[in-house]
Design a protein around this ligand. Structure first.
Ligand SMILES: [Zn+2]
Ligand SMILES: [Zn+2]
Length: 661
């Protein structure tokens, strides 16, 4: 309702993506590869009245504020791509023998001399406007009907052969090259994007190129550097064949041509976004009902806030209807109401909100879950917000993230929350895949059931293995051998207890440096979500312990503390056997920075007899440290790509030699 009251929610007749199987409208984001994200039925287009949220008003802020937050680079990139800001120009092409112009948006005004024809979307109203002059109306209408049944994805991505129909009877004029341009309709141009019309520059746009080849249209090179007899040239180069801007670079030409267009009143500079307004209506039962009453005289009237929340009616059947309207529409008792404004008979809005509505702000409720006066108290918001760190799957780093950021900015603008961004830090974990890098799924029968793994090796071994399995952000595949290795590490930790000398306190001189370094590394790695390299360092330390005659009590204890976040059960148990109070009630181990500095030397690493790279190794490093050091070396992983390590030889301070196959 606040969005409505602030003019950010409006109703519009939209061509929407409709899933004939789920019988609901889908947001563009819910259409994947032309199919319904949920049931994979090909999506069709239908015109429907929809509630829309004007997220586009926030496009620039959603972009700018990415500089203020600590999101993983790939997450920021996704946000930027989705918002899709581009700078370019609007250009007005006169339609010959009329007073009107055909307006296009282009990021490449520098290529205007190369514009040899124009294309408009099949739905473009120009066709109606000039119906009396158009000689091939039937062909245009037939094409329009065909296009209507295709999804956006099919129209823009799938089609290899560009199709279209020339509009016979009207032509446009290129005001810069002073040439007459034919106008086509084609489904690769969308009404919703830009103005629904483009200037086609076949020499420098691959889609235009394919279209021009199909229709035998002139292809005129205006940026040098490519070979336009084989394909469009989209790279940089000096401008050619363009008297007003010849010889300039692309950026210079863009600027100069935009200036010329502005001077002559033919166009102006423009910033455009790919981001569309957010289709906020769903025709299904499960969703928050939109608290609006449609009154024949007053129009859309918000419910009084005292009547919120508006609850769903309790019903036996909430199947979607065949005509695509909301199941709520069939519930007459619920639908019929009176207008909050004039009191006349009126009907409730029957569309519901998408699942994104709740996910855009649920975390705010955690701050103050029992507050029935407001979303959360100001005090709670001041104390807790923003969310320090939000980790979640990559499937939620585009839309959920964008929507909740938009929502939060709006709440910020109306004074409900205290920060313009909801999340300070956003990271994302990779998938754990089945054997052979295949996604786990029930149908493939390759799902690893954690309950069974726990039954077999224990919860700590499972946890440790999951933390050790690989780079947190990347997809990795499950390996039973890897699991066994991690289990072995925990077993060794367990049996090391027998070697603990309870009277030996402090760190021994032989181990001191490595212990301080390990404390430092493990702490830093945990924070950086690199539990895998932290565990490798702890494994190396344990190996070192085994090389000693006995393990000091403090030496053992510090390792238990470091490993505790990963393997809490076994470390607490062993810690108790040492006679200590619980680890979780104690402090994180401290290290002495002076003692972490080691004398480092560069050691050549041979692969199959040839030196492939060099690696920094602490002077006098033990055999047991080398694996962990290699593990962190990018060059090592490159050498091993697609190969297997057969043998590793280490000559202290001198050489590492690997045999791979
Ligand atoms: Zn579906
Ligand atoms: Zn009314």
């Amino acid at each position: 309702l606040q969005l409505f009251k602030h003019g950010l929610a409006y109703k519009a007749k939209m061509d929407i993506n409709f899933c004939p199987s789920c019988k609901v409208g889908l947001a563009n984001e819910e259409v994947v590869g032309g199919e319904c994200e949920r049931c994979h039925t090909p999506v069709v287009r239908r015109a429907k009245e929809q509630w829309m949220l004007e997220i586009t008003k926030y496009a620039q802020r959603l972009l700018d504020d990415l500089d203020e937050v600590d999101f993983a680079p790939r997450i920021k990139a996704q946000q930027r791509n989705w918002i899709g800001r581009s700078e370019g120009a609007t250009i007005r092409f006169p339609i010959l023998d009329t007073e009107e112009t055909l307006d296009v948006y282009t990021t490449r005004p520098d290529t205007i001399y190369g514009a040899t024809y124009m294309v408009i979307a099949p739905e473009h109203p120009l066709i109606e406007t000039y119906a009396s002059r158009i000689r091939n109306m039937d062909a245009l209408m037939a094409y329009r009907t065909e296009a209507k049944n295709k999804s956006d994805f099919e129209r823009t991505e799938l089609v290899k052969d560009k199709t279209g129909v020339r509009i016979e009877g009207i032509n446009a004029w290129n005001p810069i090259s002073e040439k007459e341009l034919p106008i086509f309709i084609s489904d690769y141009v969308m009404m919703e994007y830009g103005s629904g019309a483009i200037m086609a520059v076949p020499a420098h746009d691959q889609r235009d190129y394919e279209f021009a080849k199909n229709f035998d249209l002139p292809i005129y090179e205006v940026v040098s550097g490519g070979d336009i007899s084989t394909e469009a040239w989209t790279g940089d180069g000096a401008i050619v064949g363009s008297p007003l801007i010849d010889g300039l670079s692309v950026p210079e030409a863009i600027e100069k041509m935009t200036g010329i267009l502005e001077e002559r009143g033919l166009g102006e500079k423009k910033v455009q976004y790919k981001l569309r307004d957010w289709v906020f209506s769903r025709q299904r039962y499960w969703g928050e009902p939109i608290p609006i009453v449609n009154c024949p005289t007053c129009g859309h009237v918000p419910l009084d806030e005292s009547e919120l929340p508006l609850c769903l009616p309790e019903v036996d059947s909430y199947e979607p209807t065949d005509d695509g309207s909301s199941p709520l529409a069939a519930m007459e008792d619920w639908v019929h109401t009176t207008c909050p404004s004039c009191g006349a008979a009126a009907e409730r809005e029957t569309d519901t909100m998408p699942q994104w509505a709740g996910s855009s702000w649920y975390f705010l409720r955690y701050l103050d879950p029992h507050n029935d006066e407001e979303l959360a108290s100001r005090e709670a918001i001041e104390t807790w917000m923003p969310v320090d760190w939000y980790n979640g799957g990559m499937e939620h780093t585009t839309l959920h993230l964008l929507y909740s950021r938009f929502w939060h900015k709006f709440l910020y603008d109306i004074g409900v929350v205290n920060t313009p961004e909801p999340y300070q830090k956003r990271s994302s974990h990779g998938f754990i895949l089945g054997k052979g890098n295949i996604k786990m799924s029930k149908s493939r029968g390759n799902v690893i059931n954690p309950d069974e793994v726990i039954e077999e090796v224990g919860a700590d071994a499972l946890r440790s293995y999951e933390m050790f399995i690989g780079d947190f952000e990347k997809a990795v595949s499950w390996s039973n051998e890897g699991l066994a290795g991690t289990k072995r590490f925990l077993d060794r930790l367990w049996f090391a207890f027998e070697r603990v000398d309870m009277n030996k306190r402090g760190y021994s001189p032989e181990l001191e440096v490595q212990i301080h370094r390990t404390i430092k590394k493990v702490g830093e790695d945990y924070e950086a979500l690199k539990a895998n390299t932290a565990i490798a360092a702890m494994m190396a330390l344990l190996n070192e312990y085994y090389l000693q005659d006995s393990i000091g009590r403090d030496e053992y204890e510090v390792l238990l503390r470091l490993l505790n976040p990963v393997a809490p059960h076994i470390t607490e148990e062993l810690n108790e056997l040492l006679g200590n109070p619980p680890i979780t009630e104690g402090k994180w181990p401290a290290y002495d920075p002076d003692k972490t500095v080691e004398d480092v030397i560069e050691v050549p690493v041979q692969v199959n007899g040839k030196v492939r790279f060099r690696m920094d190794v602490p002077r006098g490093a033990q055999e047991s440290q080398i694996d962990a050091l290699l593990e962190e070396e990018d060059a090592y992983h490159r050498q091993l790509e697609g190969k297997r390590l057969i043998k590793r030889i280490y000559i202290q301070d001198k050489l590492i030699s690997l045999v791979v196959k």
